[in-house]
Design a binder for this molecule. Sequence first.
Ligand SMILES: NC(=O)c1ccc[n+]([C@@H]2O[C@H](COP(=O)([O-])OP(=O)(O)OC[C@H]3O[C@@H](n4cnc5c(N)ncnc54)[C@H](OP(=O)(O)O)[C@@H]3O)[C@@H](O)[C@H]2O)c1
Length: 252
Amino acid sequence: MSQVMADTDDERSGGDLRGRTAVLIGGGSGIGLRVAHRVVAAGGRVVLGGRTASRLSAAAKELGDAAEWCTVDTGDLDSLAAFFDGLAHVDHLFTTAASYRVGPMRELSAAEAASPFESKFWGQYHAVRLAAPKLAEDGSVVLMSGAASARPAGLAPAYVACNAAIEGLGRGLAVELAPVRVNVVSPGTVDGHLWSNRPDTVRQAAFEQYRRETLLGRPATEDEIAHAVVYLFTNTFTTGSTLYPDGGYTLR
Ligand SMILES: NC(=O)c1ccc[n+]([C@@H]2O[C@H](COP(=O)([O-])OP(=O)(O)OC[C@H]3O[C@@H](n4cnc5c(N)ncnc54)[C@H](OP(=O)(O)O)[C@@H]3O)[C@@H](O)[C@H]2O)c1
């Protein structure tokens, strides 16, 4: 491990992550894994969390010596507490881990409607709560939201509200945890791992709608979102912000 660290705010804002550890829960795939690649390329280390050991170990192998992993379920408080007990120090935290149902109010059961809040909102809330004692004063948290908060894509009011709540949580935590910086990334539709696991017809209809309805005419890549996350990790004067890497979706 490199002992060299970026010392000044200007070096850190320049994207230097030498000597820094980013904890990426959900980092075994998708956007989290792309963030891991960017952190390692910038000289940092990563700790990957997720529920599936084989996925995490394959991702860590891809990343090399700068990566460690540990299984964790963000829906289980004991599991989350054990995960953070095992960590000495956290410089940056980003949690893409979430499992939920999305759909119209008239169709979802009460438990399905609550699932984005249960998993995506409370999962991230408790991850930050348990990480807080170990967070470096000059470190940061990036919360994962989704641009549906600002412009609903389909019939999914509880999911829309959950994302809006996460953006509010980011502002509230920025105040409580300062000088630790807390920001939110709120992507539009991303052509990557999450959508590749949905039925072809559903994915194609969603991507077609996104091409029509966003200014840049296409979904994002996972790496474009990862770039925004690493910006939020490293810009030393950004806190309480929500960044929308959405190709202009929320403007149309
Ligand atoms: N992709 C998009 O279009 C898009 C757009 C806007 C927002 N988002 C948000 O991005 C997040 C998903 O990230 P992604 O797109 O990169 O998808 P992804 O590749 O499916 O990543 C989710 C990761 O989280 C892990 N995970 C799921 N539930 C977990 C739990 N309870 N505890 C621990 N780990 C868990 C999964 O691994 P295991 O199953 O092995 O645990 C997986 O590695 C969600 O919050 C989603 O709302 C995505």
